[in-house]
Design a binder for this molecule. Structure first.
Ligand code: KIV
Ligand code: NA
Length: 264
């Protein structure tokens, strides 16, 4: 199948056709999601939590995320692979953003990057796009800004809606090819989706955005901790793996694995 590129996502928006995105952090998940027809794979800085076990996304470094992105690129034959810029690796200046994002392109081979921020990151977005790097802007609730946003909370309620719209328009104006909105009221996300030329991707932003994204360990039941209410669980991987591991352990202890056919 044909490689998904940013212009295909724009064309899908124009046709009113939704597209899909999941996180991925390794080879096999990338292969499975690609085979399922997921259009965009995000190597999220949520690998901080979901791969490395940090409590927030803040500690993950560029050096920790790039090898995961390289594995996802190797597993995806159709999906567009997007790398997520970690906290502290782009906010400093447009040149810092360029240095980090160009490493993701060169060392991992991603086709686009995502960063958090709209109006405040417009110079960074413009610098990257001018240099040949497609950018998705993440606005609304942005986990890297947790400490200034006052924790995990919905953004853009009431009068604050205009701030989210301003961020979306600033990102579009700076050259972003998409805007991702996290934890924004559904009506605000719908209005922004209608106003923007470029596609919107939602997570906890209702069903009127042009696309949806979920973190795969949340969506497929590997993460059994407390999940945000915007998550829907589509599989029980915890149960599947638990059963497999327990059956293996029981057979080894009973001496029934390996059987004669497994040996030489
Ligand atoms: O890092 C991530 O997984 C994300 C998604 C939640 C959008 O940024
Ligand atoms: Na992220």
């Amino acid at each position: 199948p044909r490689r998904v590129r940013t212009h295909h996502l724009l064309e899908m928006k124009r046709r009113g056709e939704k597209f899909t995105m999941l996180t991925a952090y390794d080879l096999y998940t990338a292969q499975v999601f690609d085979e399922a027809g997921i259009d965009v794979l995000l190597v999220g800085d949520s690998a901080a939590n979901n791969v490395y076990g940090y409590r927030t996304s803040l500690p993950i470094t560029v050096d920790e995320l790039i090898p995961l992105a390289r594995a996802v690129v190797q597993g995806a034959s159709r999906a567009l692979v997007m790398g997520d810029l970690p906290f502290g690796s782009y906010q400093g200046s447009p040149e810092q953003a360029w240095d980090t994002a160009s490493r993701f392109m060169k060392e991992a081979g991603v086709a686009a990057i995502k960063l958090e921020g709209g109006a405040a990151m417009a110079p960074q977005i413009k610098r990257l796009v001018d240099g040949g790097i497609p950018v998705c802007a993440h606005i609304g609730f942005t986990p890297q800004y947790e400490h200034v946003l006052g924790g995990y909370r919905v953004q853009g309620r009431g009068e604050d809606a205009s701030r989210i719209l301003d961020d979306a328009l600033a990102a579009q104006e700076a050259g972003a090819f998409a805007v991702l909105m996290e934890m924004v009221p559904a009506d605000v996300a719908a209005k922004i989706t209608a106003e923007l030329r470029i596609p919107t991707i939602g997570i906890g932003a209702g069903n009127q955005t042009d696309a949806q994204v979920l973190v795969w360990q949340d969506a497929f039941g590997l993460n059994t901790g407390r999940l945000p209410r915007f998550v829907k669980q589509y599989a029980d991987l915890h149960g599947v793996l638990l059963q497999g591991a327990a059956a293996y352990a029981a057979e080894v202890k009973a001496g029934t694995f390996p059987a004669p056919g497994h040996g030489f």
